[in-house]
Design a protein around this ligand. Structure first.
Ligand code: NAP
Ligand code: FE
Length: 370
């Protein structure tokens, strides 16, 4: 039977200069804004300048928290939450890559709930989080249209997401120009994150007809960017396609969640300090080799949409994008496989993804040393 159920509560406004052209949309949220961002995402992208000019033209008062770390920790979001609680804004504007966007979701909760950051994981708050306007400056996470906030938990030595339906941003402003200042490395890392969302969502047990529509369109768009990514010819048109592919990935995982690729990526980021998208990209090729054994038709569809002939071609492409040699000790690989097996998202993958399967993916994706 068909299944087109879907929930997509974020208003997406896509184009160039969308922030300044849609000042009236911002004015609806109140008179006082709290901006959450990181140092380079705010300033190098040009997004902060546009937001400040628009807020000034509207006479909206604002305060900036620009201390968000890459892979934000509970302490980091608690500091932002404390400042927001004191400032008492009407709404939050999140500017940046996934790190500031996810941090802003935690700040939106902590601004109106005087709780310990660990309590974010109850996913249930006495007071409704503040409304969020999200402006992505990377084309990767799709966090501007998801209810997830992925934070680093030092105590548990991992990354973990919390979410409630109230955390979907109210508005996402998408302007590719804000991604033009990204380095080639961050462009590739984040683009591969978007690909992971699209592919994992399409190959999830939770996929339905609507999420498939988004995933397939996104994978096709991503395929149209391959040559430019490899040859480093990333112009405005390509950046716009990557931004939309990332948006479609966000739509997809807002319904399906992620699967074993992201779950394997978390320990790789936590212990090896690998950027989020790259961590996924280093394992996705071998992960698909496993999925191919249980869902060959779906994997073939992914490859066709990407314009590739075989899974080996995709693996070759990822090797070109990430040419360095990455090593792990056998002990590390064992530990990460064991931890990943505990992650509930692994159960949403197609096939039976056991600790042994996860270990063999790491073994074939990395150079294992003693
Ligand atoms: P990021 O950590 O937000 O940013 C990576 C780097 O790029 C940072 O140094 C950042 O600087 C810089 N940067 C961002 N925009 C820039 C621009 N326009 N020009 C120049 N530099 C710029 O990376 P990300 O991959 O976008 O986000 C990763 C995080 O998102 C992870 O924590 C991941 O777990 C999470 N995530 C969330 C979801 C979700 O659904 N919520 C999905 C996937 C991943 P600054 O530090 O100064 O900002
Ligand atoms: Fe991701």
């Amino acid at each position: 039977m068909l299944n087109f159920s879907f929930n997509l509560p974020t208003k997406v406004i896509h184009g160039t200069e969308v922030v300044s052209k849609n000042a009236a949309e911002i004015a609806k949220f109140g008179r006082k804004a709290f901006l959450v961002t990181g140092k380079s995402s705010a300033r190098l992208s040009g997004a902060l300048a546009d937001v400040e000019a628009t807020l000034n033209s509207l006479g909206i008062e604002y305060k900036i928290f620009d201390q968000v770390l890459n892979n934000p920790t509970l302490d980091n979001v608690a500091a932002g939450g404390k400042q927001a609680r004191e400032y008492q804004p009407d709404f939050i504007i999140a500017i940046g890559g996934g790190s500031p966007l996810d941090a802003a979701k935690a700040v939106a909760v902590l601004a109106v709930n005087d709780i310990e950051p660990q309590e974010l994981y109850t996913n249930d708050f006495a007071v409704m989080p503040l409304p969020i306007i999200a402006i992505p400056t990377t084309a990767g996470t799709g966090s501007e249209v998801t209810p997830y906030s992925v934070l680093t938990l030092e105590d548990l030595e991992t990354k973990k997401s919390f979410s409630t339906q109230d955390l979907f941003p109210k508005i996402a402003f998408l302007d590719w120009r804000y991604t033009a200042s990204l380095s080639r490395t961050v462009t590739i890392d984040t683009a591969v994150d978007a690909l992971s969302h699209l592919v994992e969502g399409y190959l999830s047990r939770r996929a339905n007809d609507t999420s498939d529509l988004f995933a397939k369109r996104g994978i096709k768009l991503w395929g149209e960017c391959i040559e430019a990514l490899v040859k480093d010819r990333i112009d405005g048109e390509i950046r716009d396609k990557l931004l939309v592919a990332s948006l479609l990935g966000g739509f997809t995982i807002s319904h399906t969640g992620t699967t074993f690729v992201h779950a394997l990526g978390y320990p790789l980021t936590y212990f090896q300090d690998l950027p989020h998208g790259r961590a996924n990209g280093l394992v996705i090729g071998q992960a698909l080799k496993f999925t191919q054994t249980v869902a060959p038709e779906r994997v073939r569809n992914v490859l066709t949409l990407l314009g590739l002939e075989s899974l080996d071609q995709l693996i070759e492409l990822l090797n070109k994008l990430f040419p360095e040699e990455y090593t792990l000790t056998k002990e590390e690989a064992r530990k990460y496989a064991a931890r990943t097996a505990q992650n509930k998202n692994v159960q949403q993958s197609l096939g039976e993804v056991t600790e042994e399967v996860l270990y063999s993916i790491l073994k074939t994706s990395f150079t294992l040393v003693d």
